[in-house]
Design a protein around this ligand. Sequence first.
Ligand code: ADP
Ligand code: TMP
Ligand code: MG
Length: 184
Amino acid sequence: MSGKFILIVGPMYSGKTSELISFIEIYTLGKKKIKVFKPIIDTRYASEYVVSHTGTKVEAIPIKESKEMYNYLDYDEKAVFVDEVQFFDEGLKDVINDLLKKGINVYCSGLDLTYKNNPFQTTILLSAYADEIIKKKAVCHECGEYNGTISFKLVGNGDEIDVGGFEKYIAVCRDCYEKLNAEK
Ligand code: ADP
Ligand code: TMP
Ligand code: MG
């Protein structure tokens, strides 16, 4: 039977990584074999762990390109997890489809939008294949409402790929995003 594919999306601080770690815990409590991957460029908290903003963490294999996953897979895993999918190449969809065909469940999480309000291509591509998309929200840093859907960059501009945390980004609602950009 085909595996199922769950995709967790949303802005920064919306609990994507925490949700991914909760799914990982379900498998580890059940002593099921899993593999966890993360992009090597995410060295924010620790390079060999998936880490949430609250500090919960799980060991992970850091890789640069999606096809490197093949070097680590045994194909008897019950599930494969990937955090920060927005940083991966579009070939990730092929690896995921191979896993699903082999009956392995796949859980991914990542940003849907850049701080410039553009879609992150790999995340959007994966959404076409997902059996379930969990869309998370953050508390808006400006108005305090639970409707934060986009990340706003506090410092600098430029590249849409720029690893960082609280020192660089906040999560806001669409109205506050427009307001902050108008004030820039
Ligand atoms: P993500 O991977 O989506 O960035 P994490 O799972 O790493 O999110 O972190 C979520 C945690 O971040 C929340 O449980 C909360 O403790 C914290 N947090 C910090 N700022 C916010 C915010 N604006 N809205 C919601 N949670 C926030
Ligand atoms: P997070 O969703 O787990 O908080 O992590 C998002 C990562 O993506 C973090 O390292 C900052 C980075 N990022 C970008 O590179 N470009 C962007 O446009 C945004 C919003 C975040
Ligand atoms: Mg995260």
